[in-house]
Every structure is written in C-alpha cells, then in structure tokens.
Design a protein around this ligand. Structure first.
Ligand SMILES: C[S@@+](CC[C@H](N)C(=O)[O-])C[C@H]1O[C@@H](n2cnc3c(N)ncnc32)[C@H](O)[C@@H]1O
Length: 192
C-alpha cells in the first residue's frame, strides 16, 4: 500500500467523507467500491450501528476489501456482487447514502440509466446520492465519459429524479494517489 492510501485510510478519508455528508449510524451503498478506498473510511464513520454494502462485479477486489476490513475489525462491511443481490440483502431497510465514485465511466448511457433507476428504488426519499464523476471531458477523459461535460452528467442524474444540492471541490484519493476532484451531491426526490 502506497503512502497516500495509508494517510487516506488513517484519517483523511474519514474527514473527507464527513464533509460529503456521511454520518454515524447510517446505512450506505458504495457502488463500484473497488478495493475500498471509500468503503473503509465510511465503515469507520458509521460505526457498529451503521452498515456499508460494498458492491463490485469484481470478486477479487471484494476479497481484497474484506481482508482489509477484517484486519481493521470492521464488521459492518457487507460485500455484494450485483444490485439484484443487494436488494435481497436490504429487504425493506432504508438506505441513507449511495456513493457512485469513479465508476460511471465504465457504463454506457443505457446501463447508467438502469443503475440510476435501481438505486432510486433503494435510496430513501431525501437520501444522499454522492457522485465522483471522474474521467469526464474536462478530467482525464476516458471510455464512456470522454465526451461528457460535467453539466451533461448533472442533467442526466437530475432527469432520474435526483435533485442537485451541492458541489464539493476537494483533495481526494484516485486509485492509489491523491488528486483534486469534484463531488456532486444529489438528494432523491419524489418521481415527477
Ligand atoms: C475505478 S474503480 C473505483 C473504485 C472506488 N469507487 C474508488 O473510487 O476508489 C471502479 C470499480 O467499479 C467496478 N464496476 C464497474 N462497473 C460495475 C458494475 N456494473 N457493477 C458493479 N461494479 C462495477 C469495477 O469492477 C471497479 O472495481
């Protein structure tokens, strides 16, 4: 593990996610969690009364994440491979916050719409959808996001019944290095 990730996991990540709006006792979903750079700090913030469902299609990164969670005695991390499987876990448990961090560029428009629809169903009304739209047109463009401007991404998410609330420009972790990035916070609103 590099020095940046160590510092992030030793406290800076918790400071950042608290600023984003994560609170003790909450239930979260980290969709596209990877090896857990955001999952681990969230698990520390929400504590024993809270829970974080870590969703990733890649079994290997989930195994890596769970190894780290166990080594830190974090018992509130639940690994999940798909949103369908997540729904079975949740039953009717309301979700307070969903993170979509550095993951949307993996998906084409149709797939993103499908994901917004599915997360809409599990997030409580007023709940927070926090997005780190890395790799859009203005920020190391890549894959499905390479031609998308930030405003277009915001409109796309708003059209899925999430209301834009706040933009946070902050130091954060990208892969294994510190970076400066934009976080977009939305609230779930009733369907139009
Ligand atoms: C670049 S990593 C970001 C990891 C983490 N969110 C972060 O910001 O450090 C993106 C992750 O999303 C996962 N992913 C991409 N599409 C997915 C999908 N449709 N369902 C679940 N996981 C997905 C990938 O397997 C990968 O681990």
């Amino acid at each position: 593990m590099g020095d940046d990730v160590k510092r992030w996991l030793n406290g800076e990540g918790e400071g950042f996610l608290t600023k984003v709006g994560v609170k003790k006792g909450q239930v979260l979903v980290d969709f596209g969690c990877g090896a857990g750079n955001y999952t681990i700090p969230v698990a520390k913030i929400v504590g024993k009364e809270g829970k974080i469902f870590a969703v990733d299609k890649d079994r290997e990164v989930l195994a890596q994440l769970m190894q780290m969670a166990r080594s830190l005695d974090l018992e509130n991390v639940v690994p999940v491979e798909t949103l369908k499987e997540l729904k079975n876990y949740l039953q009717n448990e309301p979700v307070d916050v969903i993170l979509l961090y550095d993951v949307l560029h993996y998906m084409e428009t149709e797939k993103r719409r499908e994901v917004y629809k599915e997360i809409y169903e599990i997030l409580k009304i007023g709940g927070l959808l926090s997005v780190y739209p890395k790799h859009c047109k203005s920020d190391e463009p890549l894959w499905n996001f390479s031609e998308m401007k930030l405003e277009t991404i915001m409109k796309e998410i708003e059209s899925a019944n999430f209301c834009f609330e706040q933009q946070i420009f902050n130091k954060l972790i990208h892969d294994d290095k510190y970076d400066k990035g934009i976080i977009l916070n939305f609230a779930k609103v009733n369907r139009k």
